[in-house]
Design a protein around this ligand. Structure first.
Ligand code: PLP
Length: 399
């Protein structure tokens, strides 16, 4: 034996979004006025009632372990929320509370995948899905979904991608990075394929609170009894309640899947943070006004972002329907010359933007779309306008 790393670990790519944020923070620490469009987290404070619940939990000495899969009061709050918000009936035994939405997804893959099982992931995708699937010994299978189809997979594409090794399909609505939301009709067509092919759908609904205009976040499991049995409905507290650092995720799943996920979690992490669980009970059961106020702020920023980017040369984007991301097609920038430097790919463009204009954007090669960037509008209108001014200036220097 020698001191080598596991093949699995060496195949995992580090998260490039976290790397960009780190670079932006490093420049900020040097005193530079960086505008960061990298954030995958709301810029609002966690609402007061939620923080108070955490203080109360500490003061009342709720500081010990809970059941590994989460405390009963939170599981019940999750079941009530599923019923109220998603028209979904889950019992507490079908719910697992985990250390963030990421952990929920990872548990789900670990619970259902055997080595070599294929998982269909529509591209563009959130960059962690393929790495999670690989960590769980599965094989990610990508299906490219263009702007002409709003970056959403069609039932036909899903059907065509299925093989006898397909075990699951990942659905993200509202989507990171595209901001698109699937309609009921689209979900019904997809659900029909999933049930017929007898595969799981991992439905990542973490941005469900953030939808705009007439768009609606619909849980695919709520469509009928058959699709319900095939769905692992994944969610978390991070985005809707501005609780990214509290690390609470949850799911509703068929009983056997939930049981397997709890067993996996019981050995890997035990229960998620007890104080954060108490805070999450308040978040789900308490007043929801702050969620709506945050959504309205995001909506205003979304419109500014969309209006301004749509008028810029070389760039194009679809109007986001949910989440807090602008997904921007930059293919016209590739091959252009910026002050003597040729832009060969989107990473070059992102590098110029951060180094010369102090604007951090996310190049989307790791999201499966190499000629796009993602701009998060989880930052103030002032910052958005300042950052967009700088991007405009950069574009005016392209030849
Ligand atoms: N799912 C999607 C699509 C996300 O964008 C994120 C975070 O960026 C998560 C899940 C995980 O969120 P967390 O682990 O912070 O709860």
């Amino acid at each position: 034996m020698s001191l080598t790393l596991s093949v699995k670990a060496t195949k995992v790519k580090p998260s490039s979004t976290l790397a960009i944020s780190a670079k932006a923070n490093e420049l900020k620490a040097q005193g530079l006025d960086v505008v960061s469009f990298g954030a995958g987290e709301p810029d609002f404070m966690t609402p007061e009632n939620i923080k108070d619940a955490a203080h109360n939990a500490i003061n009342n000495n709720y500081t010990k372990y809970t059941a590994a899969s989460g405390m009963p009061a939170l599981k019940q709050a999750v079941c009530d929320k599923f019923e109220r918000f998603n028209h979904l009936k889950y019992e507490p035994s079908q719910v697992v509370i985990s250390n963030g939405g990421k952990h929920t997804l990872m548990n789900a893959f670990q619970a259902i995948l055997n080595p070599g099982d294929e998982v269909i992931i529509p591209a563009p995708y959130w960059l962690s899905y393929p790495e999670m699937v690989k960590l769980a010994d599965g094989v990610p299978v990508f299906v490219r979904c263009d702007a002409s189809q709003q970056y959403k997979i069609t039932a036909k594409q899903l059907e065509d991608a299925c093989t006898d090794k397909t075990k699951a399909f990942v659905l993200t609505s509202p989507s990171n990075p595209t901001g698109m939301v699937y309609t009921k009709e689209e979900l019904e067509a997809i659900a029909e394929v999933i049930v017929r092919k007898d595969i799981y759908v991992i439905s990542d609904e973490i941005y469900e609170n953030l939808v705009y205009d007439d768009n609606k976040a619909i849980s695919i499991a709520s469509l009928n009894d058959e699709i319900y049995k095939h769905t692992i409905t994944c969610n978390g507290m991070a985005k809707g309640y501005s609780m990214t650092g509290w690390r609470i995720g949850y799911c509703g799943a068929p009983k056997d899947v939930a049981k397997a996920m709890s067993s996996v979690q019981s050995h890997q992490t035990s229960n998620p943070n007890t104080i954060a669980q108490h805070a999450s009970v308040e978040a789900l059961n308490g007043p929801q006004e702050s969620v709506e106020l945050m959504r309205q702020q995001f909506d205003k920023r979304r419109l500014v972002m969309y209006d301004r980017v749509s008028k810029m040369p070389y760039l194009s984007m679809l109007k986001p329907q949910g989440a807090f991301y602008a997904f921007i097609d930059c293919h016209e920038v590739i091959g252009k010359n910026h002050k003597g430097t040729v832009i060969n790919d989107i990473s070059d463009f992102a590098k110029i933007l951060i180094e010369e204009y102090l604007v951090a954007v996310i190049p989307c090669a790791d999201f499966g779309f190499a000629d796009h960037i993602r701009l998060s509008y989880a930052t103030s209108l002032e910052q958005i306008n300042k950052g967009l001014d700088r991007i405009e200036e950069c574009l005016s220097n392209l030849k």
